[in-house]
Write a protein that binds this ligand. Structure first.
Ligand SMILES: Cc1cc2nc3c(=O)[nH]c(=O)nc-3n(C[C@H](O)[C@H](O)[C@H](O)COP(=O)(O)OP(=O)(O)OC[C@H]3O[C@@H](n4cnc5c(N)ncnc54)[C@H](O)[C@@H]3O)c2cc1C
Length: 463
């Protein structure tokens, strides 16, 4: 697929720019075809129609500044890339573009126990950071399912979520400050190291989730938490219908219980997982996984089991780590189970938690009308659903896009949002106006231009 680009450079200027980058950055610059080819895709299933011109693997902030200065002088688009695990096409680079990889900027610059914060470079892998923090009893809470393979910079640029968000917040709640390089090479220091801080507009929050369109994140000051104490309590519960399971999750939330994770799998998802794991899960209806942590885990789990049983669920509760892992493994197997069935388009919408049953009803209705199955997993604790479309071949079939279109509009009608955690990228920009409305969309475009007047940072993404 091709992308709209703000400024299409001439071939001569692109060649000149590669020479300029080499002169300024030496070994950090690569035009190896296999590396250029890899940057044409992320994990969204999308691929650009042509390879980018060059990849700069930045070693430090100065490399990022040199790259953006040269790009800016010659009006060449820059696509910033972390680990390339994104699901919205945000890190995909195309013809005439520079890829700026922050993957090698992966140092932990500081862990401050007194202030419960860490300062890191953007390329550090989420799990690697958490391994280092765990030695000190601390924790960076954002936990995308891709935490073993995605960078903290990518997590910040997409405002990543995960399984623990209802209790511990999304990435935005775990970032105090950022250093970013603007399109013209200027370095800005946003936010603060203090718990509070209201000086001026909150540009840190604006950059979080901006998908590489406003600046390149070169450093992040992260808010840490203590690792919760005590054993976790895990509940696995089967319900005859997904609406019933969704209702149970809504009642658990409304009862002011605070699950660390609350995940819901519908019948089609459960059936696929059963096939994948060789378990008899087909015909067991849908599955609700609830995990409580902290000192009151046991008491809260007993209360959740009582709610589940009162609403017709068949619940099993365990505080044994191995048994808990067995109950959790069903949820963890969702993505590999879907991937084993064919090509997967992983969708991502969020509704107010009270609207989860209605959203599942809407999905069931779309399945019937389009004659397709839409296996769905939901982070039920925060109302975030991942309806999956599984098909053969590389390209998303037209009827899948048509069904996805209806799904997005149904979610908006229920007071929801088009993306809970994966971002807009190239996949969802055509629906952006449906949620934001004309005036807000225009305002957002103007904000983008204030940061990046030439439109060279990740053009064609989000807007
Ligand atoms: C199996 C699987 C499970 C996943 N589960 C989750 C999940 O539970 N929750 C979730 O939220 N996501 C999930 N994702 C999606 C993805 O892992 C996240 O979006 C992640 O935050 C992307 O990080 P990355 O380093 O791979 O970024 P990339 O894919 O390289 O980039 C993503 C976006 O961030 C921008 N970007 C990257 N680095 C920077 C930087 N330094 N400065 C400015 N912009 C930058 C890019 O331009 C792009 O727009 C999953 C993906 C996979 C494959």
């Amino acid at each position: 697929m091709g992308f709209a680009r703000a400024h299409r450079p001439t071939l001569a200027s692109v060649t000149d720019v590669v020479a300029l980058l080499r002169a300024a950055l030496g070994d950090a610059v690569s035009t190896i075809p296999a590396e250029l080819d890899a940057a044409r895709a992320d994990r969204s299933g999308q691929r650009s129609s042509a390879a980018p011109v060059v990849i700069v693997t930045a070693r430090n902030t100065e490399d990022v500044q040199a790259t953006t200065r040269i790009a800016s002088e010659h009006r060449i688009p820059v696509v910033t890339r972390g680990a390339g695990t994104g699901l919205a096409g945000g890190a995909i680079a195309g013809g005439g573009e520079i890829v700026l990889s922050t993957l090698a900027m992966n140092a932990i610059l500081e862990i401050n126990l007194d202030d419960e914060l860490a300062v890191v470079q953007p390329g550090i892998i989420n799990d690697d950071l958490n391994r280092a923090l765990a030695e000190k009893g601390l924790w960076f809470a954002p936990d995308p399912a891709s935490k073993a393979i995605s960078t903290v910079g990518g997590n910040i640029a997409t405002n990543a979520g995960g399984l623990l968000c209802a209790k511990y917040g999304v990435t935005r709640e775990a970032v105090l400050g950022l250093k970013i390089v603007l399109a013209d090479g200027r370095l800005l220091s946003l936010g603060h190291r203090t718990v509070k801080g209201v000086t001026g507009l909150d540009l840190t929050a604006l950059v979080i989730g901006s998908e590489g369109t406003l600046g390149v994140i070169v450093e992040a000051t992260l808010k840490l938490r203590s690792i919760p104490l005590g054993p976790v309590a895990t509940i696995g519960a089967y319900f005859t219908s997904v609406e019933q399971a969704a209702r149970a999750s809504s009642v658990i939330t409304a009862s002011r219980l605070k699950p660390a994770a609350m995940e819901l799998l519908d019948a089609t998802a459960l059936e696929g997982i059963g096939e994948y794991l060789g378990l008899e899960l087909g015909g067991r209806g849908s599955y609700l996984l609830v995990q409580m942590d902290g000192p009151s885990a046991g008491i809260e789990a007993d209360a959740a089991v009582a709610i589940i049983r009162s609403l017709g669920g068949d619940a099993e509760l365990s505080t044994d780590p191995e048994e808990g892992e067995r109950l959790f493994a069903i949820r963890r197997s969702f993505h590999p189970a879907m991937a084993a069935r064919g090509t997967v388009l992983i969708e991502d919408v969020a509704v107010p938690r009270s609207q989860l049953p209605a959203m599942f009803e809407a999905i069931a209705d779309i399945e019937v009308r389009f004659g397709i199955q839409i296996p769905t997993v939901a982070h039920a604790g925060d109302g975030n659903l991942h309806p999956n479309f599984v098909f053969e071949g590389a390209d998303v079939p037209d009827n899948v896009w048509a069904a996805a279109d209806e799904l997005f509009l149904a979610c908006l009608r229920l007071g929801g949002t088009l993306t809970g955690e994966h971002g807009v990228g190239i996949l969802k920009k055509r629906w952006l106006g449906d949620e934001l409305g004309t005036d807000q969309l225009e305002l957002q475009k103007q904000i983008k231009l204030v940061f990046d007047p030439q439109g060279i940072l990740n053009p064609g993404k989000v807007f």
